[in-house]
Design a protein around this ligand. Sequence first.
Ligand SMILES: [Zn+2]
Ligand SMILES: [Zn+2]
Length: 340
Amino acid sequence: MKAGAGNGGPRAQVEEVPVPSIGPGELLVQMKACGLCGTDIEKLHGEYTAAMPVLGHEAVGIVSRVEGKVEGIKEGDRVFPHHHVPCHNCYYCRRGNETMCDHYKTSYLDPGGFSEFIRVPEWNVSHGGVLKVPERLSFDEASLVEPTACCIRAIERCGVEEGDSVLVVGAGPVGMTHALLLASMKARVMVSDISDDRLNFARGSHLGAVLDAGKLDVPQEVKRATEGRGADLAIAASGSLRAIEQALKSVRKGGKVCIFGVPPKGSILQYDVSDPYNSEVSLFSSYAATDVDTAKALKLIASRRIDFASLITHRFRIEEFDRAVETMSSGKGMKVVITP
Ligand SMILES: [Zn+2]
Ligand SMILES: [Zn+2]
């Protein structure tokens, strides 16, 4: 079968690999769609440090084989198999840090989401890591479950209320997912980016103010829009140091900053920390999502109250994996989805 892979450098390639064999309690899923994530690009570049660099964690598909006894899942089911699944029982899980669970980062899809068939390990299957996708949702739409869940988790961790002004730094696919969610909660959304394509996409979405960070002083613009205060929350939806610094400088006294985009290895911020101290700014981060967040995301996507599907601008087949990666890396498209 074909599988999208790295080549040890920044380029992507397609490999011919055997269909994984599955053991008792495991599933073989035929991939139907899998979103390409910014973290996949970081994994290809060797810059990702949060977990094993396995490519493709937004896959959805059809169960093609079940081995042994598996409760509630049968061949032919449409599913979203979680890449990482926590134990829900350890010290971290019991305190709401499920994505910090030792089991979380050591459970993953094999060989990854960009392959024709995926082995879902027994741990993932037996710990609630397989979500059924309703018939009325397309596989494209369902592939947005994971990135949407990550944004839901971040917004919940930071606590957003109606009327809050929120700056999203970075108008890529996750930045725009945040903007969609925040607008639906009646927050006052501001989005900043430096890419013309992304700024244009954000303008076309009509979710709030769009700030060209290449031309404007974003913190100043945010203050101007908030009676001189600054935003209640700024989400750095890009892992660049510039984005994080912009977020820190754009929040009000007592405001919150969320590090959401993954900073590459060795990102050292030169920043006067007396500033967040003196203004009592809280720093949050949000890493990935759990089955609780994905269940919420699936429900929300299935309700079609929010037009998440409008974020999908490109589709590529597995054999075009290198082109998909190029498109995503160039920042031209919004969400890129791989299909078999
Ligand atoms: Zn992702
Ligand atoms: Zn745990």
